[in-house]
Design a protein around this ligand. Structure first.
Ligand SMILES: Cc1cc2nc3c(=O)[nH]c(=O)nc-3n(C[C@H](O)[C@H](O)[C@H](O)COP(=O)(O)O)c2cc1C
Length: 237
């Protein structure tokens, strides 16, 4: 039996995420492909940020004005505040063998939408007694975010089984220029404010790392069953 469900069913994996520019989703979808290849049933659940104070700014991409938009959530992030979110229905009736939680760092910690979910009664219902894994995407500051998601998930009764984080290329200044250029334009540019800037966002080698990480998780949690399934696919009777 895996995660408390009947062992005869296909393992069920949930990709639970909040994303603003799509990076967390890209990472989780890559992991999801691996789980699917291993015979798992994979479902996605997106947390929506509906808070009346911020929803307008964060429902647009690219941002209309980068610094005012980014700074708008800073005081609330600093207070570790929660806000209004929409939780997809799929979560309310699902039982999963593994929950993958993916989200970005906002002002050095967990984004308000993901924090709000992790403090909800729905999170308690979803995570109690279940293994969960944490994926963090950010420009640089992953540590406090990963720690907070882990701690909140454990408080909701989940069993932390691993984490993966990604930082973006470039040093402190140039990675920030590159990120803000992207957030304000939605495009990858070579130069910004007269300076050459590195790429921002999740890179192909990081997606490869995600595949390896997900493969190791699949071996660990669904090893026997997924191996049998692969054999069936390769050598049909
Ligand atoms: C409001 C806001 C605050 C951010 N604060 C940080 C930060 O403190 N540290 C960091 O490394 N990245 C920070 N970032 C960068 C995000 O983590 C990065 O853009 C990430 O790719 C977003 O992932 P998503 O596309 O899944 O939303 C911030 C981004 C936004 C929009």
């Amino acid at each position: 039996m895996i995660g408390g469900r009947r062992g005869t069913q296909r393992p069920r994996v949930l990709l639970l995420y909040y994303t603003y520019t799509g990076q967390s989703l890209k990472v989780l979808e890559t992991a999801g492909e691996v789980f699917r290849e291993r015979g798992c049933e994979v479902e996605k659940a997106k947390i929506e940020f509906t808070d009346h104070r911020f929803a307008d700014r964060f429902s647009r991409f690219p941002m209309r004005s980068v610094w005012p938009d980014m700074l708008s959530v800073l005081p609330a992030q600093f207070r570790r505040a929660t806000g209004e979110i929409r939780i997809p229905d799929v979560l309310r009736n699902g039982e999963y063998d593994l929950v993958c939680v993916g989200s970005p760092t906002w002002w050095r910690t967990t984004s308000m939408p993901m924090r709000s979910f992790l403090k909800s009664a729905e999170a308690q219902k979803l995570l109690t007694g279940r293994p969960f894994v944490v994926f963090v995407v950010c420009r640089r500051y992953w540590r406090d975010n990963l720690r907070a998601v882990r701690r909140l998930g454990e408080k909701r009764g989940g069993r932390y089984v691993g984490g993966l984080h990604f930082e973006y290329p470039g040093g402190q200044v140039k990675s920030l220029l590159s990120l803000t250029s992207y957030l304000g334009s939605g495009e990858y540019r070579d130069r910004y404010l007269g300076l050459r800037i590195p790429m921002t966002n999740v890179q192909p080698d990081q997606l490869e790392e995600t595949r390896r990480f997900a493969g190791a998780l699949a071996d660990r949690f669904f090893g026997t069953e997924s191996a049998a399934r692969r054999q069936k696919t390769v050598h049909p009777q």
